[in-house]
Design a protein around this ligand. Structure first.
Ligand code: CMC
Length: 376
């Protein structure tokens, strides 16, 4: 036949070249534009990572200061977005609200006025700067709390925690959040980045591609897994279950365990390795040691029973929980970080575009006769 082989889920298909990130799934290695994730976790800030993903190199001091002040200057939201966040259903899913709010943002900005790199970079800065404000404002509004205006100084991580809690975060909280933002910023051709590039490839605007990417990230097989991991741990706690029995029962029912498995990694995700250490330390410090111990028991059970390792979402859940963040915001924090990768890919796709348009193998009938409606 004309199409003998179907790559279901586009597994293994290389559709683009990219300078943004490299994943070695066998060795468990991740590189952003030349730097290993361990090097970045140890040395970088999220703002430096944004610069790296947008320009394929690290900034010098004045470039970093310039980007930082541009991000700080773009944090405030248009009035009508604030109105939306205050008036939408308090029970709405935060990821759905984030998706809608980013979409509304495009009404207040030129979306595709020009095709220069500078124009696109400014869009990337503007969207990246506003996502934390959207998340914090909705969380406060749904809890009948005052919306906290963004600061015009401090890091993205500091400002987000400040707007969320109406309280200045400590140094450790800021550092932990910054590290989480670094770890989630970019990850090859994952479903949301692919969605974002597919939208860009039609010459649509960056707001459309980020909106689409948020929709893709929301699902539990992708970014939604971190929230699902926390709900699983809280479920175990509430039921008073033994975590090993809980997992074994679910595996026996052929259920998937959230936070495990990966299309590319066939060993421990290097981000999970870093988050594991953070989870251990923070859980102990905040009295959530049991949750960390259960996580380790679950990890061992998964390894023994089906030989599958944790991904980035498994330990990030307990890290956020230890910081007092509500589980349904975890995927939004993922988006707050990954927007840097999405927009970097948008610029890369736009500068070397070809319409993304794969094909499907038609398996339906081809020569049916028309039957009038009264005879069907
Ligand atoms: N729990 C139980 N079994 C699993 C799991 C899991 N989490 N992940 C994979 N398997 C099994 C799967 O059922 C399959 O078994 P069989 O060969 O008997 O059918 C085998 O392992 C191979 O997995 P697959 O489903 O073919 O792998 P995939 O590449 O299509 O799926 C995945 C990757 C991430 C969707 C999947 O591992 C999964 O659903 N994990 C749980 C959700 C999750 O944690 N998602 C986050 C992904 S990583 C970061 C992110 O994007 O947010």
């Amino acid at each position: 036949s004309q199409y003998p082989h179907i790559n279901k889920g586009l597994e293994g298909i290389v559709a683009f070249s990219s300078t943004k990130s490299f994943i070695d799934g066998q060795e468990g290695k991740l590189i952003y534009a030349g730097y290993t994730i361990d090097t970045l976790a140890e040395n970088a800030t999220f703002e430096e990572v944004c610069f790296l993903l947008w320009n394929d190199r690290l900034p010098n001091q004045s470039e970093l200061d310039d980007l930082t002040s541009k991000l700080q200057g773009e944090r405030a939201l248009p009035e009508s977005v604030l109105n939306y966040l205050q008036n939408t259903s308090k029970n709405a899913e935060p990821m759905a609200v984030l998706r809608t709010a980013v979409s509304i943002l495009s009404d207040f900005h030129e979306v595709d006025a020009d095709t220069s790199k500078e124009f696109r970079l400014n869009k990337a800065i503007s969207i990246t700067a506003k996502i934390p404000t959207i998340i914090a404002a909705f969380d406060r509004a749904r809890n009948d709390k005052n919306i906290v205006e963004p600061l015009s100084d401090h890091s993205t991580a500091y400002n987000f925690l400040y707007m969320l809690n109406d309280e200045e975060p400590g140094e450790q909280a800021e550092k932990t959040m910054d590290l989480c933002l670094i770890l989630h910023a970019e990850h090859g051709m994952n479903a949301s980045t692919f969605t974002n590039r597919a939208i860009c490839s039609t010459e649509s605007d960056m707001y459309s591609s980020v909106t689409g990417a948020i929709g893709a990230l929301k699902g539990p097989l992708h970014g939604g897994a971190n929230q699902a991991v926390m709900n699983m741990l809280l479920d175990i706690e509430e039921q008073g279950d033994d975590p090993v029995d809980y997992i074994e029962n679910r595996l026996a029912n052929k259920e998937k365990i959230m936070g495990f498995g990966h299309r590319v990694y066939k060993t421990m995700d290097p981000r999970a390795r870093i988050l594991r250490g953070m989870s251990e330390q923070l859980s102990k410090e905040t009295g959530h040691e049991t949750l960390y111990e259960w996580s380790e028991a679950i990890l061992n059970t998964m390894k023994e029973k089906i030989g599958i390792d944790p991904n980035v979402d498994f330990f990030s859940a307990t890290v956020y929980y230890s910081m007092g963040i509500k589980p349904d915001l975890y995927t939004c924090i993922f988006a707050m970080s990954r927007v840097s990768g999405w927009t970097g890919h948008y610029i890369e796709q736009a500068e070397n575009n070809r319409l993304i348009r794969p094909r499907a193998l038609y398996t339906g009938e081809k020569d049916l006769d028309w039957v009038p409606v009264e005879d069907r």
